[in-house]
Design a protein around this ligand. Structure first.
Ligand code: ASP
Length: 329
């Protein structure tokens, strides 16, 4: 039976997907040609896997989940397998997902053993009465729902461990108590605060979806939670406007409610996603010191990927545009 939520796909309905693998000090000089090629291939693989779902008439939620899983399973990106280390040498993962059709949403923060946190966010959305679960409770729920759990050591990677040691060295230089830590962490170079993966999509039924998954910030402490699992800050989707996934210095993205603000400008000011994205990413948040970027797709299948950093791992594909992969400005 065809229900109100399962209308047959429209022949002339556009469909599109965009993904990101984090923004930051991403400059060509930091890559060997082989490394750059490997990153590009992984982004291409993820965006095309998501696109395939859409092309077959699948749901935007499934398309973004598949794309994000590929990025989570890759050690290149700060999510899942490549997650950064906390100050105490662990990994605390955050993720969120939102369905533009009905504004249902799910989010998790501070999970340490769930292989693909985006899948857990989806379980929270689909099979719990809550929006956000955290820590041990979220992990108990993950086990109950039969999600894949892994030993904490699964998330260990040598390059992220070296980054932690470097960050701690910088933090130690003048650290004196909590206040010193906060000031020093604020002054840590951008690359310690960024990573994250995300995806946004529009499917053939006109449904938008957005999802974001991250390890957060290198050397984060005291149970710090960034914007990625916060609906409205790191992730937002509403069929009447757009779908957004963010990456950047989470504290700013929370305070400026970045993802929801972009969609609100589209909904209430009739701005294009291009204009709304520019306004927010280069507006007061940026002047205040906030760095990062977003990927946006609207209900017509337009795509915009603004960022105010040196680079952002990104890719897109739609029924009207071929696969695009970008890293640098
Ligand atoms: N926004 C993430 C956080 O603050 C990090 C990132 O996107 O790179 O946790």
């Amino acid at each position: 039976m065809v229900t109100a939520f399962q209308l047959p796909a429209q022949e002339n309905q556009n469909f599109a997907i965009a993904i990101h693998g984090g923004a930051g000090t991403i400059e060509k000089s930091r890559f060997t040609p082989e490394q750059e090629k490997a990153y590009r291939l992984k982004l291409k693989e993820a965006v095309e896997a998501g696109y395939k779902v859409l092309d077959k008439g699948g749901d935007s939620l499934d398309a973004i989940t598949i794309a994000i899983n590929i990025l989570e399973d890759s050690p290149f990106f700060n999510a899942g397998k490549g997650a950064v280390y906390t100050y105490d040498g662990h990994h605390e993962l955050d993720a969120s997902i939102m369905d533009g059709k009905n504004r249902q949403a799910g989010a998790v923060s501070g999970v340490m053993h769930v292989k693909n946190p985006i899948n857990l966010a989806r379980e929270v959305m689909d099979n719990s009465v809550h929006v956000m679960l955290s820590g041990k409770g979220a992990e108990t729920f993950a086990k109950q729902q039969g999600l894949e759990v892994v030993p904490a050591s699964y998330f260990n990677t040598p390059h992220r461990h070296e980054a932690l040691l470097r960050a701690k060295e910088k933090l130690k230089q003048k650290e004196s108590g909590t206040k010193g830590y906060q000031a020093l962490h604020q002054a840590l170079p951008e690359q310690y605060k960024m990573g994250t993966v995300g995806a946004v999509a529009l499917d053939k039924n006109g449904n938008l979806a957005a999802g974001t998954s991250t390890g957060g910030m290198t050397a984060k402490r005291f149970g710090r939670v960034g914007d990625s699992p916060i609906i409205g800050a790191g992730t937002f989707a509403d069929n009447s406007s757009c779908a957004v996934s963010a990456t950047g210095h989470g504290e700013y993205f929370i305070r400026y409610n970045v993802a929801a603000d972009i969609c609100a400008r589209v909904a209430y000011q009739n701005k294009t996603i291009e204009q709304a994205g520019q306004d927010v990413i280069f507006g007061p948040m940026h002047r205040d010191g906030g760095t990062g970027g977003v990927i946006i797709v609207d209900k017509e299948g337009n795509i915009s990927m603004p960022f105010n950093t040196k680079g952002m791992y990104r890719a897109s594909k739609s029924n009207r545009s071929a696969t695009y992969v970008g890293i640098f400005k």
